[in-house]
Ligand binder design. Structure first.
Ligand code: ASP
Ligand code: MG
Length: 467
């Protein structure tokens, strides 16, 4: 089989983890063609972002301290992982070239005293530049040929939307298939850095946080992989957060659309665009635990088998949000009201998580993160209060509860079962939305009620018996 295995940062955070990965890849490569995609070592991307914040605050010392911390962590890992002195020496030389470039970049940014989206992408790309070398050399150390490639080197070409770039798929496909086919032909295992690519001028770009998942599926679709495996530190997608619901179960099979919804809401964070490259080619994905390889994980496919077509597959929740009820007499029948409200919020960089408007048009209710609430209310008051808005009513600390499952589509009685179960627990519902896809039913309760609501729904739909 042709496989793309993507390792998240927590799966490669110690010397032992990396050696285990190398040994596993060694075994797997005996019968399969493998491309590895990896994230930065856990915590490194956060450190790099903190460096950029220190530069903005003109705190040169802090930026240098953080860089020194990143460098010493990688040197320590290199020394712990690699047993053969010649290979270790080569690895340290390669890492050192990156360290010099990282330090010069930081020095340059400090001198300029500014962080642009372009320089930020360049800076945060170092996490993956370093991790691929540790992994590739540890495979070399056990006697297998391997090469490390950054997103740019493997051939990922993107637009110049720094921080949130999009791959130019046709060019990317041509370049990646050429690069990877050559490595396969030479029996070399490519280790590709996730998260980054380069625009047509060669400037490094990133796909946004968690973007390595997306890199894995881009590569998988370009080389016509048979499967993509996302390796992390959890067993797969679950029926609910096991920290809240003790009898939560692992989901054996879900569809691409269900997985996309679960990625947005669920405990396992997956980059939102991850499934796009797989859909057209119907490439299956497995979400697996690198620390529990006996477990097959969750299979994400185009068409899950009949037995797994439950009405509801998962109850997830997002806590710590705020609800704003926007009211105003002149809102009724006035075209453009919603546009003004959302344009105002967008201008302040606020992400709106849920929206509902009742048919009488006298109010629009939105949900934003608690941390955005202040900014949102302020922007709406400054721009629109007394004009189209008469009154804002704010509720802090609310949770969004979402039920996900494509079997809900066209099934009568789901809503009554949901709200019946909630009513029995005497939990008040502040807002409800269901998209016309009927794939996701979401509602809002008080944060303090969220665990009760999640458990009640998990019980009502008997999700502990799902498989
Ligand atoms: N290292 C990047 C991040 O932490 C990308 C990834 O992990 O997928 O966001
Ligand atoms: Mg990650």
């Amino acid at each position: 089989m042709r496989l793309v295995l993507k390792y998240g940062g927590t799966s490669i955070s110690s010397a032992k983890d990396i050696q285990d990965v190398a040994n596993y890849i060694n075994l797997l490569s005996k019968h399969n063609e493998i491309v590895i995609v990896c994230s930065a070592i856990s915590g490194i991307t956060d450190d790099l972002i903190e460096i950029s914040q220190s530069i903005k605050k003109e705190n040169k010392l802090k930026a240098e301290q953080l860089a020194a911390k990143i460098i010493s962590r990688h040197i320590l890992l290199a020394n712990q992982i690699i047993k053969k002195p010649t290979i270790r020496k080569k690895l340290l030389e390669k890492l050192n070239t990156d360290f010099l470039e990282l330090n010069s970049l930081i020095e340059g940014m400090v001198l300029l005293g500014e962080v642009t989206p372009r320089s930020l992408d360049y800076l945060i790309s170092f996490g993956e530049r370093l991790s691929i070398k540790l992994i590739s050399f540890s495979i070399n150390d056990i006697g297998k040929n391997s090469i490390s490639l950054t997103g740019k080197e493997v051939g990922i070409v993107t637009d110049s939307n720094f921080g949130e770039s999009n791959p130019l798929m046709d060019t990317t496909r041509l370049r990646i298939s050429k690069t990877i086919d050559l490595q396969f032909f030479k029996k070399i295992i490519p280790v590709v850095g996730g998260f980054t690519g380069a625009d047509q001028y060669g400037h490094v770009t990133t796909f946004g946080r968690g973007g390595s998942d997306y890199t894995a599926t881009i590569i998988g679709s370009c080389i016509k992989a048979d499967e993509i495996w996302l390796m992390s530190d959890i067993d797969g997608l679950m029926t609910a957060d096991p920290k809240i619901v003790k009898n939560a179960k692992l989901l054996k099979e879900v569809s691409y659309i269900e997985a996309t919804e679960m990625a947005l809401f669920g405990a396992k964070q997956i980059h939102p665009r991850t499934f796009e490259p797989l859909i057209a080619k119907k490439i299956p994905m497995k979400i697996r635990n690198s620390f529990n390889l006996k477990n097959e994980g969750t299979l994400v496919t185009h068409s899950p088998s009949l037995s797994s077509k439950n009405t509801v597959k998962c109850v997830s929740h997002i806590r710590h949000n705020g609800l704003i009820d926007i009211r105003g007499g002149t809102m009724v029948g006035t075209p453009g009201t919603a546009a003004k409200i959302f344009a105002t919020l967008a201008k302040s960089g606020i992400n709106v998580m849920m929206i509902s408007q009742n048919p009488s048009e006298s109010s629009i209710t939105i949900v934003v993160k608690n941390t955005d609430l202040d900014k949102a209310v302020n922007a709406l008051e400054m721009e629109l209060l007394g004009k189209i808005i008469k009154k804002l009513e704010v509720t802090t600390d609310v949770a969004i509860i979402a039920l996900i499952g494509s079997g809900m589509r066209g099934t009568v009685g789901v809503a009554s079962k949901v709200f019946g179960a909630i009513e029995k627990k005497k939990v008040n519902v502040a807002m409800i939305t269901q998209g016309s896809s009927e794939l996701n039913l979401a509602f809002v309760v008080k944060d303090s009620d969220s665990n009760t609501a999640v458990q009640a729904l998990h019980d009502a739909f008997e999700l502990d018996k799902i498989n």
